[in-house]
Design a protein around this ligand. Structure first.
Ligand code: EPZ
Length: 416
């Protein structure tokens, strides 16, 4: 089990390049199943989850080449219509092969995702949507077995906004017979990035980025080239780390237009922010002010930034309420922050955080991807050394994080 050791108290300074978005790359890699032609992807982040997804697709017969941020996938010889439990249990996004497999091959065997640290995270909306499109679905031995001679266009209403649910059904609808309308669809930028890639492959999609997406099915899709959008959560994570540590950083290769609520909260915390095109500059003089947060689907405040801001609030001037409305158990980082001296009370899906002048370094444990980012930020501002265990969680979603933080002056090293 690898660990990260951080000597805190160093304000982050300098420039860092933002990588491609994990949550755009994963669904877009699955889109390769929708065509026999080659799909060439640029700006793909070198993340554990991307490697896992590539292995899963290769196991199914997709040819995949990976070199320095570029991935080329070709679904000409897919001969295994299955996403096995051992793959799905480590990466819930593997469920994204379901829609494409049923759409192009008429059948799929996809393991139900186990629960995960941040909640039960069912896939009932994915299944309901495919059934509405005419798929016959049986749950047997922990697997979703879906069959359809040809999916038919349908009107599908999501009673809960689901990012991968929207993505799975949008992909399935591209090859269906007729028009599909997804209502109460997810509006996340990663959904739009997937739609852009699918359009480049010949799909007929409109309304992505709004809560109503219309897809007119076509007979086949062709290959394309697509550059993955920058990762808005990685951007937000570095900006919060700079604000919490009283630093001064510039992000390059990012996008400010998809970070409105995060930038708004950082301004409220007292940061000075300047953006132009693809670079974002943040400077924080002194201690941040506490900021109240309430997570909700895009364009509201992202749940994937909640843990990071909790670390900022832990050392901020004042108290803050943090309300998590998306997942039922996304406060696993609280007990670890308490080990560093944070004053946090939890009541259901609400936390009250009272900022302290100083956190004290300690040994802590990562429990999920964004909780581990929270502990890194806390370690950067704590007095003394913080050692974070189980950092494989971190490697799932952040490319070369200790190299990037060292570049910004952090005193951080990986312990084998
Ligand atoms: C995506 O997960 C992201 N993952 C998550 O990012 C992100 O936290 C989440 O969206 C919310 O923004 C990827 O895109 C790969 P949901 P997803 O379906 O699609 C419930 C990270 O840190 N729900 O939008 O799995 C569900 O339980 C990860 O990068 C159902 O009830 O999330 C949750 O409470 C973590 N039934 C809510 O909806 C369903 O069929 C939102 O989940 C589907 C979802």
């Amino acid at each position: 089990m690898q660990k990260l050791a951080i000597q805190g108290g160093v304000p982050l300074r300098g420039e860092v390049r933002i990588s491609g978005a994990k949550n755009a790359a994963l669904p877009i890699m699955c889109a390769s199943l929708l065509t026999a032609d080659a799909l060439s992807l640029g700006n793909v982040p070198e993340l554990h989850d991307v490697v896992t997804m590539r292995k899963l697709l290769q196991q199914m017969g997709v040819m995949a080449t990976l070199e320095a941020g570029a991935v080329t996938l070709c679904g000409a010889q897919v001969d295994k219509l299955e996403a096995p439990y051992e793959m799905v249990k480590t990466m819930r996004a593997a469920v994204l092969v379901l829609g494409p497999l049923v759409a192009r091959f008429g059948e799929a065997f996809v393991s139900l995702p186990g629960g995960c640290a941040i909640g039960s995270r069912p896939v009932d909306l994915h299944i309901k949507g495919l059934q509405a499109m005419g798929a016959e679905i049986h749950i047997e031995h922990g697997y979703i077995h879906a069959k359809a001679s040809r999916l038919k266009g349908a009107r599908i209403f999501f009673d809960i906004v689901s990012v991968t649910g929207t993505e799975n059904l949008m992909m399935a609808a591209t090859l269906a017979d007729g028009v599909t309308v997804l209502e109460n669809a997810a509006r996340e930028p990663e959904v739009v990035d997937l739609a852009n890639c699918l359009r480049a492959m010949g799909a007929k999609i409109s309304g992505d980025g709004t809560d109503t997406i219309t897809i007119a099915g076509v007979d086949r899709l062709h290959g394309a080239e697509h550059r993955i959008m920058p990762d808005r959560i990685e951007s937000g994570t570095f900006l919060v780390a700079a604000a919490a540590s009283g630093g001064n950083i510039t992000l390059t290769g990012g996008r400010a237009d998809i970070l409105d609520t995060v930038l708004e909260k950082l301004l409220e915390a007292g940061a000075h922010i300047r953006t132009d095109g693809t670079s974002i500059h943040l400077e924080m003089a002194g201690r941040p002010k506490a900021v109240n947060l309430r997570t909700a689907p895009y364009p509201a405040f992202p749940t994937d930034m909640q843990a990071q801001f909790m670390a900022l609030n832990a050392v901020a001037d004042g108290s803050a309420m943090v309300v998590e409305t998306i997942f039922e158990n996304r406060f696993m980082h609280v007990q670890e922050l308490r080990r560093l001296g944070a004053l946090i009370d939890v009541e259901g899906n609400t936390c009250m955080v009272r900022g302290v002048q100083q956190l004290e370094g300690a040994a802590v444990m990562a429990t999920d991807l964004r909780a581990s980012a929270c502990l890194v930020i806390a370690g950067l501002v704590a007095q003394g050394e913080t050692v974070i265990d189980r950092i494989y969680h971190l490697d799932r979603g952040y490319e070369h994080i200790e190299a990037k933080l060292s570049q910004l002056g952090a005193n951080i090293r990986r312990l084998k």
